[in-house]
Write a protein that binds this ligand. Structure first.
Ligand code: ADP
Length: 163
């Protein structure tokens, strides 16, 4: 089955959204007609930012991007995809360990709905070391994260450290 418009969905927890995430979104937007950045509410990890903050920050980062929109979901990704008629999931790959996890997720999603495809974009080398977890740790220890996150995220993280 072909969708009329080529829309890619980029799901993630984005706690917080990094320049590595931004790079993947923009590259996806150069391939697809539209990209939906899809913010997940649930995470197995403890969050630094709550759901509404994560959504608000990403909206601010992407506000001037005409073909990128931000949506959010709770529950199973594949259910959200089906409900909205979305057929393509984009994920980023940094390392071999990312690959193992992503491969498992993609296979599980495929088992649940074989009309939904997962496509992977390999990280640009300058972002391959970046993860939300690492950035939170550097910020906690007082390091400079200004080149690792977009400005609205940086400002928000600064406020948390120095309220
Ligand atoms: P999740 O918690 O669902 O893995 P993340 O917010 O950590 O979500 O990441 C969302 C997606 O972005 C994942 O596919 C992840 O591999 C990818 N990603 C994260 N950081 C980078 C980066 N620096 N370069 C490329 N892809 C990345």
């Amino acid at each position: 089955m072909k969708s009329q418009k080529m829309i890619a969905v980029y799901p993630g927890f984005f706690d917080p959204f990094t320049v590595g995430h931004l790079n993947i979104v923009k590259r996806a937007a150069s391939i697809f007609e539209e990209v939906v950045v899809l913010v997940a509410s649930d995470s197995p990890k403890k969050a630094m930012f709550d759901f509404s903050d994560r959504i608000a920050m990403i909206r601010e980062v992407l506000q001037s991007e005409k073909y990128i929109r931000v949506e959010s979901f709770e529950g199973l990704l594949i259910d959200y995809m089906k409900k909205n008629g979305y057929q393509v999931i984009v994920r980023g790959l940094r390392t071999v360990s990312d690959y193992e996890y992503e491969f498992q997720m993609a296979q599980a999603n495929r088992t649940m709905d074989e009309d939904v495809e997962t496509l992977f974009l390999v990280t640009a080398p300058q972002y391959s070391h970046l993860s939300s977890t690492l950035i939170k740790e550097i910020a906690r220890l007082g390091g400079d994260i200004s080149k690792m996150v977009p400005l609205p995220v940086y400002n928000k993280m600064k406020k948390i450290k120095n309220p």
